[in-house]
Design a protein around this ligand. Sequence first.
Ligand SMILES: [Zn+2]
Length: 433
Amino acid sequence: MAEQRGWQVAERYVDDDVSAYNGRVRPEYQRMLADLRSGHVEAVAVWHADRLHRHPRELEEFMEVCTSVNVTLLASVSGDIDLATHDGQFLARILGAVSRKESDDKSRRAKRKHQELAEAGKIAGGGTRPYGYESDKRTIRESEAAVIRECARQLLAGESLRSLCSELEERGVPTVTGAPWKTQTLRRSLMSGRISGQREHHGELFPASEWPAIIGPAETTRIRALLNDPSRRTNRSVRRYLLVRLLRCGHCGEFLVSRPRAGGARGYVCAVGPNFSGCGRISALAEPLEQLVLDAVFYRLDSAELASALTSAPADEDGNEWQRELERSQAQLEELAIMYADREISRPEWRVARAPIEQRITDARKRLSKLTRTSVLDGHVGSGADLREQWTTLPLSRQHAIVSAVLDHVIVGPGRRGLNRFDPSRFQPVWRL
Ligand SMILES: [Zn+2]
């Protein structure tokens, strides 16, 4: 296959006799992940996509690694998967769900015991002490519980995991093991069902019977929606460029990407090239544009329109309805994949059936992230001037969260030929609120 495509085989990874499913470590697989991370390989070829992962968590990790280094192609004899598109990621997940179903059938009996424990909300054996609880895993450790509550609040207010971690480090707050805080550690802790008194089993949550909650279940719902949101990128450029994913090309509609000019000045462009799908006809200097957008946002925060848009927001404040809708639709998708695996439906039928379900999932995700976005604005509505004063003291992730709570995007039109100064008339904001 590589030969056919004119690819150079950089490396082979063979894990003989180690099933992807039983959870045992696969040394070669790990080495492949490491090579991906280091940028040593540009694409991955497998016999069949289901040979690569037998667990959704592994698949998610794999996709995360691929995204972080811009590897977009998973090639297999039965067809390629373009991981750069939502469709491709979705297909990878479905293939994962199908192969998991097959393996599940084999080991279902062994799992029944765990399932029973989970449904009874009981503690599973083993593992280190969970953050926020004593080593009996039942008693709340108040000092750590306070950290969890505070981090959850700040995260939902738009703070990034990264800046929360460095704050904890600065304050000398210890982790369970004494190791430094990492975004992954904090992420896992904040996303866990445990801290809202829920027992998790294979992605499902059951009310726990053996330990008390630190935060509410609705908070867990929102934290999960926030951290699972596919549009959330922990992209490095987000930190220096305020308007990433907020500017759209007036010609082709693509998002502009950040790119420094030859002289070092920051800029945004509609990019063309192998990893981009823009038209290359639009660019803008970052500094004056960001200033313009900020002025508009501060002004908007004090406007009557925004205040009324916020008060007419839906009454379901914690998003439980939408979370349920999301879960129902995801279960339906999985059911559909299983019907496909069992050959009850054909591939075209599967494709037709999944479209409305995917639409419902997208809608529910949008609603959930809208709830979180508006809570980013707590305390800022009607006080645009105050916000302007403290603006430069806020971390960029927070700034970005505030701007994107108000602003959906800005359409960037072409510059006028021969005009060398900043021209505000090129920019057309589209408000969210
Ligand atoms: Zn364009």
